[in-house]
Structure formats: structure tokens, C-alpha cells
Design a protein around this ligand. Structure first.
Ligand code: NAD
Length: 499
């Protein structure tokens, strides 16, 4: 059985680890590898290597650090096909979608090629007599990233590229369910010329996460995963004196106004609700048609579109989505569908019981459509994270606006309309972090920033873009006086003012 080891100091660690986790092939339900579940010895080794490497890396001028990012970009592009196959084999998303996962991460690497511009400080000449004030952004030292299974390339790259380009050493603890691609990415950074010890990968579960959160040499933790764990990571990390950003789960709504182009909406919804088997934090698992007539027209178009969806193994070029990640997750999604039925929602299309010929043990689920879902239902209030679309009917715009605004999650939301005023009002008033206007999955581009609100995001600073730069650096403010000989005669016992 293939063993997936930590990547410490540019190579495998070779530490004897008593605990191992199973990495499954979701297409067939068989184990394909085992991943070491590390403990204190692995983390201590990684931290020691990071401490040795980081000061030298931070001392290299930003432009030379950026050159490493240019090479990382070229190497990821060189290996894109191979990485997509590896990613798809462990996650279960189809190859084209796996490429998208890598490419969205690559966009942040590209952004980091220009980081010297962003790292420039501010300067005020003559802020007082002979006084200049300037600021500089300095790296934090050692940062850690803890990432979920559903984007094993994009999310590690969001964190690693920003942290490293800013001059930090970075230790990644990827999901134990699909750990191969994160390791390959760390190896590519080393191949690109990054000094060993600047980007390392330690594998593990809660034990490793707790060790990271408590480690005094780690200054910052970036987490992406489910909300309860995000909240736990945030609280424990902050209590240990770290800077923490912790992105959580989601329940994104798509509001459909009566004037929307319904053919376009149905196409967008099918991709956003069922693509990647619904395992995206920016999926659209809730659709809110405004008005009964809109609801009926939308439902009539959704039913045949859903029936036409192609489900297949992740390497099938015709498949639109593949299996979910584990048997346990499949069972959880099936339980949520049953809960939704028991709560009184109308089962329009039932995806349970779907079997793919030749892959009967794969973790496949057909698409499910539920109508007449009500806000008080548990299946609406919670994240299902599977190929399940729930219709919540709203009589008017204000009711539709209130649904995502009042929901416990506030990651993404979309409005579909031809009415610019309605869209503008919606974007301004909705209590959600990322808004799409006729865009079903509004993940901002790399030079903006990513982050949800409410229980979708703990901590104040978002991922990547200028926010990411703020997260991975600390701002030093320097006030320098070069008087023209002698003192200026001011009373040194009184706080200096500009009066
Ligand atoms: P998860 O919370 O189970 O795991 C995330 C990370 O936390 C993994 O590295 C895992 O090893 C670790 N972990 C698991 N249990 C832990 C525990 N008890 N204590 C400490 N650490 C623990 O999430 P997942 O199932 O891998 O990913 C899916 C979830 O992530 C969904 O809720 C999804 O919405 C969310 N997500 C959010 C975003 C976002 O940006 N908001 C992006 C992607 C995924």
C-alpha cells in the first residue's frame, strides 16, 4: 500500500507513525493509499526546519521571492494534467473540475508574482520638523494552514503562495482524505527554488491540529473547513495568542426574480448545485424563486434538466459530476434528504439509490430536488454539502432578501434578474460576504479577497488579495527624526503633538 508521508525540509520525513489514515478511491470504495497521521515529533521537526529557513527567506528581496513564484506558476502549468488526475482520484471530482481547482489556486500564485508592489510601505516626508514617518510590512515568521478536502489544490495555494511570497515559512496540514496533491505542490515549490523548510506539509487529524494551535513558534493559522471546527480553531488559536482566520461552512442561496432568464438560471443552478457533487463551499444548494408563478416555471424547467445530468467516475470525460468523498459523507447526505422529507418538504427528484454500473461500491448519489422547504426546517438551516437542491418559495423581494440575510451562514449568495435596481439593492442590503449578480458561484478573483460572514468566517481578515497580504504580514510604523544638529527645545515630558 502506498504511504503518503509528511514533506519536511524538502523531502519525506520517514518518521515511524503508529497511526495511519485510509485514503479511499471514491469511485470504487477501495483504499488506495494510507496517510501518516503525525504527532509532536513531526511538527517539531517541521517547526525546527522552518525556524532555520525563514529568516534567510525573509531577507531575500521581494523581487527575488516573486521570481520563485513565477517558476512555481510555470511548474504547476507543466504538471497540470498530472496534478488534475491525482486530485480527481482522491477527491472524486471530474478531471475538468479538478483542473479548475488547480487553476483557481494558480491565480493566487500569479497574484503573488506582483507582491513586491503590494509590500511597498507608505512614506511621509516632513511629518514634523526633521521627522519622517514610514511603514513596512514584515512577515510574521511561521504560519500554518489547515485545509478541507474539497479543494485540495486551490485552498492550500491561496494560503501558501501569499504566506511565502510575503516572507513567511508555511506549514500546511491538509485534509487527510486527499493529501497527495498538497504534497506535490510543496515539492514543486522546492523545485522552483524555494529553500527547504519554507513550505512543508504535516499530515494528521485533530491531534496535529491541536499541536499546531498550541505551538508557541507558530504565529498565525489560516483554517478552512466546517463551521464548528472553524470556531474551535479560531477560539483555541486566538487564546494561544495567534492571528487566526477561520472560514467555515455555507448554505448559499440563489434568488430568482420573476424577470430572470430562466433557461440561463437552470443551467447555472445545475452546475452550481450539483457540480463537484455539491461539495463546494460556494455551491448553490438553495434556490429562492420570487412569486408562485416563477416557482412553477422554474420547477418545470429544473426537472428535465436534472434528469439529463450525467454522473460518472471522475475520469469519465462526459460526466458532469462524480462520487462524493467518503461512504460516511454519502450516508450523511442521505440522512439529510430523509430529514427534509420527514420535516414536510416535497421530494421532487430522489437521488438516493443511484448505482453506477461497474462501480456499485463507489460513493455516488444522484441529484435530489426538494420543493416547499421552509425556513424552520433543520435541513434548510444546516449545510448538507451534497448534490441536493432545495427550493424555498418567497412571495416577494423583501422575503427573499431576508432568507440569506437571517441564515446562520453568510458565505455566498446570488441574485438572478434583469432588473439593475433590484440587483443593486440586493447587493447592498444582503447580510452575506460574497454576492453574485447573475453569477452563480461568486468566488472573487485573486486581486480581490475571499471570505464569508456570520458562521461562514471567524476572524476579521479574508483570504488572498490585499486582505491576504494583511493577514500574512504585520505593519511596522517608523517615526525617524534627523534634526539639524542640537535638540528642538521641546519639553520631552509632554507627548509630542503637531500643534
Ligand atoms: P472539516 O472541518 O471536517 O476539516 C477541515 C480540516 O479540519 C481538516 O484538515 C481536518 O483534518 C481538520 N479537522 C477535522 N476534524 C477536526 C477536529 N475535530 N478538530 C480539529 N481539526 C479537525 O471539513 P471538510 O469536511 O474537510 O470540508 C468541508 C467543509 O469545509 C464544509 O463545511 C465546507 O463548507 C467548508 N469549506 C469552507 C470554505 C470557505 O471558504 N468558507 C471553503 C471550502 C470548504
Amino acid at each position: 500500500m502506498r504511504v503518503i508521508d509528511h514533506v519536511i525540509k524538502g523531502g519525506t520525513a520517514g518518521l515511524a507513525s503508529a497511526r495511519r489514515g485510509a485514503v479511499m478511491d471514491p469511485n470504487n470504495g477501495v483504499q488506495q493509499a494510507e496517510v501518516v497521521l503525525g504527532g509532536a515529533d513531526a511538527l517539531e521537526r517541521a517547526v525546527a526546519a522552518a525556524q532555520a529557513a525563514q529568516p534567510g527567506w525573509a531577507a531575500i528581496n521581494p523581487q527575488r521571492r516573486a521570481r520563485v513564484m513565477f517558476t512555481v506558476k510555470a511548474l504547476i502549468e507543466r504538471d497540470l494534467d498530472e496534478l488534475a488526475v491525482l486530485l480527481s482520484a482522491e477527491h472524486g471530482k471530474v478531471i475538468a473540475d479538478a483542473r479548475g481547482d488547480i487553476l483557481r489556486g494558480l491565480e493566487v500564485v500569479e497574484y503573488c508574482c506582483g507582491l513586491p508592489q503590494m509590500l511597498k510601505g507608505e512614506y511621509s516626508h516632513g511629518a514634523g520638523p526633521g521627522i519622517d514617518v514610514f511603514s513596512m510590512r514584515q512577515p510574521l515568521g511561521i504560519g500554518a494552514g489547515i485545509t478541507p478536502f474539497n479543494f485540495p489544490a486551490m485552498i492550500p495555494l491561496w494560503m501558501a503562495a501569499m504566506a511565502i511570497a510575503a516572507g513567511n515559512a508555511f506549514i500546511l496540514k491538509p485534509s487527510e482524505r486527499d493529501p497527495t496533491v498538497p504534497c506535490r505542490l510543496a515539492e514543486l515549490f522546492v523545485e522552483a527554488g524555494l529553500p527547504e523548510g519554507v513550505f512543508q506539509v504535516v499530515h494528521g487529524d485533530k491531534e496535529m491540529v491541536d499541536l499546531i494551535l498550541d505551538h508557541p513558534a507558530i504565529s498565525a493559522v489560516s483554517f478552512v473547513g466546517s463551521s464548528d471546527i472553524a470556531h474551535y480553531v479560531y477560539s483555541r488559536g486566538v487564546a494561544a495568542g495567534k492571528r487566526v482566520q477561520a472560514m467555515g461552512g455555507a448554505k448559499n442561496h440563489g434568488i430568482v426574480m420573476p424577470d430572470a432568464d430562466l433557461d440561463q438560471v437552470v443551467n447555472d443552478l445545475c452546475g452550481a448545485a450539483f457540480g463537484s457533487a455539491g461539495e463546494r463551499c460556494m455551491a448553490l444548494p438553495v434556490v429562492v424563486p420570487v412569486g408562485e408563478e416563477t416557482a412553477e416555471r422554474l420547477k418545470a424547467k429544473l426537472i428535465p434538466a436534472i434528469a439529463a445530468l450525467q454522473i460518472g467516475i471522475s475520469t469519465d470525460p462526459d460526466a458532469q459530476y462524480g462520487p462524493v468523498v467518503t461512504a460516511m459523507h454519502k450516508a450523511s447526505i442521505e440522512r439529510w434528504i430523509q430529514t427534509a422529507i420527514d420535516e414536510g418538504s416535497e421530494l421532487v427528484v430522489d437521488g438516493r439509490g443511484f448505482r453506477l454500473q461497474g462501480h456499485e461500491n463507489g460513493y455516488f448519489l444522484g441529484p435530489t430536488l426538494l420543493d416547499r422547504v421552509m425556513p424552520e426546517m433543520k435541513s434548510y438551516q444546516n449545510e448538507i454539502f451534497g448534490p441536493v437542491l432545495q427550493i424555498v418559495r418567497a412571495p416577494d423581494f423583501e422575503t427573499a432578501l431576508a432568507l440569506p440575510s437571517k441564515h446562520q451562514y453568510g458565505n455566498g449568495v446570488a441574485i438572478f434578474t434583469r432588473n439593475g435596481h433590484a440587483a443593486r439593492e440586493f447587493a447592498a442590503r444582503v447580510n452575506v460576504g460574497m454576492v453574485g449578480v447573475n453569477v452563480p458561484i461568486p468566488v472573487p478573483v485573486a486581486y480581490h479577497s475571499f471570505g464569508g460572514w456570520k458562521r461562514s468566517g471567524f476572524g476579521d481578515i479574508d483570504q488572498f488579495g490585499l486582505e491576504g497580504l494583511r493577514f500574512w504580514t504585520k505593519l511596522k510604523k517608523v517615526t525617524a527624526r534627523w534634526p539639524d544638529g542640537g535638540g528642538d527645545g521641546s519639553n520631552a515630558f509632554i507627548i509630542p503633538t503637531m500643534s
